[in-house]
Design a protein around this ligand. Sequence first.
Ligand code: HEM
Ligand SMILES: [Ca+2]
Length: 613
Amino acid sequence: MRGVIERMMSTHALVNDRSNTFEAVMLILSNLGPDQQHLADELSQPLVTVYEDNFKKPFINFAGFHFRTADGSYNCIQNPDMGKAGSYYARTVNSMAPVNEQLPPAHLVFERLLKRPEGQFTPHKSGINMLLFYLAIIITHDVFYTDRKDVNRNLTTGYLDLSTLYGFNRKDQESVRQMKLGLLNNDQWFDKRLVIQPPGVGALMVLFSRNHNYIAGKLLDINENGRFSFGPGKPLATAQDQDEELFQTARLINTGCLSNVIIRDYIRAILGTSQNSDFVWDPFKQPAYPMHGNQVSIEFNVIYRWHAAIGKQDEDWLNSVMAALGPSLRNHNQGRAAAAAAATAATATAAAESVSRKFKPSFSSTGSSRRGDGDPNGTDQSVFEALLPAFNTHFGKATKQELEKGWPLAGARRDPTTGLFKDHELARLLRRGYTQVAAELGHGLGTPAALAPVEIAGIMQARQLKCCYFNEFREFLNLAPLRTFEDFSEKPEVQQALEELYGHPDKVELYVGILVERSKVVGLRLPYTVSRAILSDAVNLLRNDRILTQEMKPSTLTNWGYQFIQGDPQVHGRIFPKLINLHLSHANANGEPVFTSEQIANLFTIPDFTPPL
Ligand code: HEM
Ligand SMILES: [Ca+2]
């Protein structure tokens, strides 16, 4: 009877099953006799629910699905196409407002509201540096890659799975693998789009590439319970199986490292909390259920174009890249704007076909039976491939032998035999971002002029995608709509231009509104609406990733791998400092680390920063 009382009193406490409560209750009920069947049902039926509820439905994880597929499919097993490379952007807000029949020309919008006036630069008031934005670029390229032939589609995977490093399908992935011992080609990554970014972005990518090979080597060294051994009587049959098992396990651990950096460095800096603090806003602390997978949205793409933050040195870089490669890039973007229109009509039919295909398995058509291999032709990056020779002539300066080893980086050379970049050159590129103050975001008139073709194409694209108005987006997020143009920006010339171009605050487009809005006063000082929306997007991205929420455990990653992604307890569970120290250990001839321990404490703020009065 004590057990029965205990159980009745405790809804969440653990149960002592040795007191045989269930059996005692059953015994009591069985003695009630036929007249009391109603009472017996009343008491026993809730128990049926308790037992049923032990298994949450829909089931979210299945055996044999512990690795990421190459194309991001099957992350959500119930809905395997969710977040798959090449699928359609989600729409989170339905625009119900009347269509604006007098939309201002996109180039005028750029000129009057977005373009950074020549010679003007407002340094970031929290001293945030470009290193943070290099990471932001890696994150945005991980989840956005608008197909220029059909702007409704996203060519990359909708998960933070380092698809920039590993590619978007099996063919891409194999193009950067050594196909032995689970290794990637030295200092190589997949996504060529990163080559034209400030070279610190590539240097950061190389850190993750080196991290992968370090992890793969470590896994084999430790070879926990012989799990990576092959041959008769061993868990794996062949050397190919060993390569695959090591590669996919290392890939998971590496993506675990990326989410550590996002949670413990990036989000902390966005919120304005110290990177070196015990406070962590951990989206994984509580179990996420149900889990739907993630499909990135058109609105997320629009709010994550933080071009206004570009620092002075990187603006100079951008100008020189545009001067050298501009015509090809411009054609690319103009082609994209034109293609947007044509694609919208074609997409309606294609989308319907895709839905009818949805429940068929997406096995590779090359005859391979591997789940989630994706497009057998690989990703068409010919646009960026075409830029490479000119880029290399002006910036990379790599020899033919170096180019055979991997993409060029401006300011760093590969060893022609090993393909490895020199530690000190990579360190210099990272420090270039670390010491370079970013620009303030928000209020408008902050975007480097050289990005005009990119922004104009972006505005056109958002229009073709029938993106909602700025105020509709705010209302969707439960935020009060802005009523006057003074509410938008503190700059009178922006208020004036908004009035002339749009006439009414409700008519301001999302793309423009978020760039001209006032910004928060701490941390990354993002414009208010962006700062609110980006957190919803980030939390959904992380918590709806089955692999990040279900598979980051010792049995999948090995004990060593699991421990590794927890980061260093000496620096508040961060792994970023370790990645830098471990993978750039030869940066200084005297053995000094790339960053002092004081600098490591705040990697996303320029050194010796004192806030303006
Ligand atoms: C100097 C630095 C940067 C350069 C040179 C640059 C360049 C570009 C270019 C050329 C495009 C158009 C790509 C295309 O047409 O396929 C683009 C798009 C984009 N950029 Fe940047 N960008 C920079 C910084 C940033 C930063 C800091 C962010 C945000 C954190 C960002 C986010 C985006 C996004 C979300 C897109 C749209 C991507 C897509 O839909 O495919 N960029 N950028
Ligand atoms: Ca991805």
